[in-house]
Design a protein around this ligand. Structure first.
Ligand code: FE2
Length: 189
């Protein structure tokens, strides 16, 4: 399950409904797709896309996405650091950034127009939609592993437009990790 951390308010949201509701207020769509479809650890991209075809087709129909692919990176991926450096500075895209996480984890920082910066840690089973024009940046977690389905309205629209604000430098890309136990006290807003 994803977590949402709001550093400026020293607040973390763990409860799915609370998190989803908060993200909606800043324009970010979040869904948990379950049950997960059976996909082998080394499944080919075509097999992953076939397994999740019902969910992909639903989003294409409702949101206008026309293509889907699978991104698969791990710590050993050649050029990974250079690739990550492109997206770890604040930027927008002309297309939505849509990711459904199959394996691994990642950290999206969102800098909304109507609230403080928040960090969304996503993991397997999480779908996140960052609308076009939203200021954000992305980091992998310590294990530098992510495999995710991406959806596009126009693949050409998914290049970064940098803000050069430097806001990203004020936030540490810290992941809690899958073994993190949420304090019970934070379940109440
Ligand atoms: Fe991005």
């Amino acid at each position: 399950m994803a977590t949402v951390h709001i550093p400026d308010e020293n607040r973390t949201l763990y409860q799915p409904d609370v998190m989803k509701q908060y993200l909606a207020t800043i324009g970010i769509d979040y869904e948990k797709w379950k049950p997960a479809h059976a996909v082998a650890a080394n499944a080919a991209a075509e097999d992953i896309l076939a397994a999740y075809a019902p969910e992909i087709d639903r989003l294409k129909a409702s949101e206008g996405y026309v293509t889907a692919d699978v991104i698969d990176v791990k710590a050993q991926t050649p050029g990974l650091s250079e690739m990550l450096a492109k997206f770890s500075r604040e930027h927008t895209h002309d297309d939505d950034e849509v990711r459904f996480i199959i394996e691994g984890r990642g950290l999206f920082h969102i800098n909304p127009t109507n609230g403080p910066v928040c960090a969304i840690e996503v993991e397997a089973g999480d779908l996140i939609r960052v609308p076009s024009g939203t200021l954000h940046w992305f980091n992998l977690c310590e294990d530098r592993r992510i495999r995710a389905i991406r959806l596009f309205k126009d693949p050409a629209g998914w290049s970064p437009n940098y803000s050069a604000s430097g806001v990203d430098e004020s936030y540490q890309p810290i992941c809690f990790g899958p073994s993190y136990i949420a304090p019970q006290t934070v379940f109440a807003q």
